[in-house]
Write a protein that binds this ligand. Structure first.
Ligand SMILES: Nc1nc2c(c(=O)[nH]1)N[C@H]1C(S)=C(S)[C@@H](COP(=O)(O)O)O[C@H]1N2
Ligand SMILES: [Mo]
Length: 427
């Protein structure tokens, strides 16, 4: 069953893509009648368009929860505790508790704190009761500030953090929310993050709320992915998306308490726009266009274009142009939203009864593509070149026409260097 929908969704992506370009697909089967010869061509030496079609067929939009890259610390990891200890730690849905209190070292006013000690902490049933009134779902690509490629893209579901904050009757002197994940006694496992209270209470334009997240791709969020409940901050890099969430402090301190502050990271960074290769050809044939696929992460200013550039290794790089702004870049195509999202998400998961931020409630289709803080796939043919050794690069351009790695080229606010792969072109 899963296998079948997997094939269907890829047919769907490539069919739309190739109809769009007027090319033919490698995938014979469904539309062999219309275009013919796909399988025969693949059996011999596939032409570049056929190879490209089969690369596009392999793309899956959402990442299966088990296939995400993971950034975690400490030993033992919270979700690896033996069952009794896991329960005692509050890391099962039955025993999970969230405390929401005033920072004891600050003068913040909180009328009705949620505390473990007096039995008022929020439990999972309480969270589900809130979810029945208001749950929020959105696409988000999880990216570690310090890693070159995204960890995975998911459909995240949760209750807005502000709903829980309003419940504790906040008063004066609250400027920030500091939040913490469960940790054992080794300080190296502690992990915390924070946000200005204004960001929690009000969303920037076209941005979903910060959520207490309990589902990923339609399933309860696993321990490895940060369950029972993790924070998900749509516009932020991974480090603010605290896993194993169990405490929120409302504080009048104006400073951040993010663990990532300690690694020389720019903790106020919003996600950046960037392109990466998915298929990385090492070899190509002289005189033949080079099939390529990749992803484009949409930062706060979206993605308008993706481009590639094939540069001979023995030719000097453009002068006084560290970001290759003057290179002869070549446009490739941003793929449309997939017919089915993959990643284990049921095919009918987004629709009128289960709305998703950025999707039309009636049609269940995205109203804009790519949606900010998620990604789009791209595909195209790099221009044919003569035999030799080359560097292949890709870059994304945002909706303001600014090309990666600009406007924020520095690594510590999110790794966004232009990717380079070596290519050997033979006669
Ligand atoms: N409690 C806790 N939350 C955490 C971390 C951690 O080590 N502990 N790592 C953070 C970092 S640096 C990143 S990049 C993301 C990665 O999320 P993922 O492992 O689900 O992909 O989780 C964040 N949340
Ligand atoms: Mo990270």
């Amino acid at each position: 069953m899963r296998q079948r929908s997997f094939l269907e969704e890829h047919h769907d992506v490539s069919r739309r893509y190739f109809l769009d370009l007027g090319l033919r697909s490698a995938t014979g089967g469904l539309f062999a009648g219309a275009v013919g010869g796909g399988n025969a061509a693949r059996a011999a030496d596939p032409d570049p368009q056929t190879s490209l079609a089969s690369l596009v067929d392999k793309l899956e939009y959402l990442t299966h929860p088990e296939k995400f890259g993971t950034v975690e610390r400490g030993n033992p990891l919270p979700y690896k505790l033996p069952p009794e200890e896991l329960q005692a730690a509050g890391m099962t849905r039955k025993t999970w508790r969230l405390e929401v209190v005033a920072d004891p070292e600050s003068n913040s006013q909180v009328g009705q704190p949620l505390r473990r000690s007096d039995g008022t902490a929020l439990d999972f049933d309480g969270l589900m009761a809130m979810a029945r009134k208001r749950s929020v779902r959105f696409l988000k690509t999880m990216t570690c500030n310090n890693m070159d490629s995204p960890l995975g893209t998911g459909l995240w579901e949760g209750v807005p953090l502000r709903d829980v904050i309003w419940r504790v009757r906040p008063g004066n002197n609250i400027r920030r929310a500091w939040f913490y994940g469960y940790h054992n006694n080794t300080p190296s496992q502690m992990f915390s993050g924070s946000l200005p209270i204004g960001r929690v209470l009000e969303d920037p334009p076209a941005t979903p709320p910060v959520i207490l997240c309990y589902r990923l791709n339609g399933e309860w969020i696993s321990g490895r992915r940060g369950g029972p409940v993790r924070m998900v901050v749509p516009e932020s890099y991974g480090f603010r998306n605290i896993k194993w969430l169990n405490k929120v402090f409302l504080t009048n301190r104006f400073n951040a308490n993010d663990t990532y502050e300690r690694g020389n990271n720019d903790i106020d960074s919003w996600m950046k726009t960037l392109a990466r290769f998915i298929s990385k050809p090492r070899r190509a044939k002289a005189g033949q266009p080079i099939p390529l696929t990749g992803l484009a992460q949409a930062g706060i200013n979206g993605v308008s274009k993706v481009q590639v550039w094939v540069h001979p290794k023995d030719k000097p790089l453009p002068k006084d142009d560290p970001y290759f702004q003057t290179a002869p870049w070549h446009d490739v195509k941003i793929l449309p939203p997939p017919g089915a999202f993959g990643g284990g998400l049921p095919a009918d998961a987004i629709g009128p009864k289960t709305p998703c931020h950025g999707f039309d409630g009636k049609t269940g289709r995205p109203i804009l593509w790519p949606l900010p803080y998620s990604l789009a796939h791209w595909a195209g043919l790099a221009p044919a070149v003569a035999a030799g050794r080359y560097d292949l690069r890709c870059r994304a351009i945002n909706n303001r026409g600014i090309a990666q790695p600009l406007p924020r080229p520095y690594r510590k606010s999110g790794h966004c260097d232009i990717e380079r792969v070596s290519l050997n072109v033979r006669a």
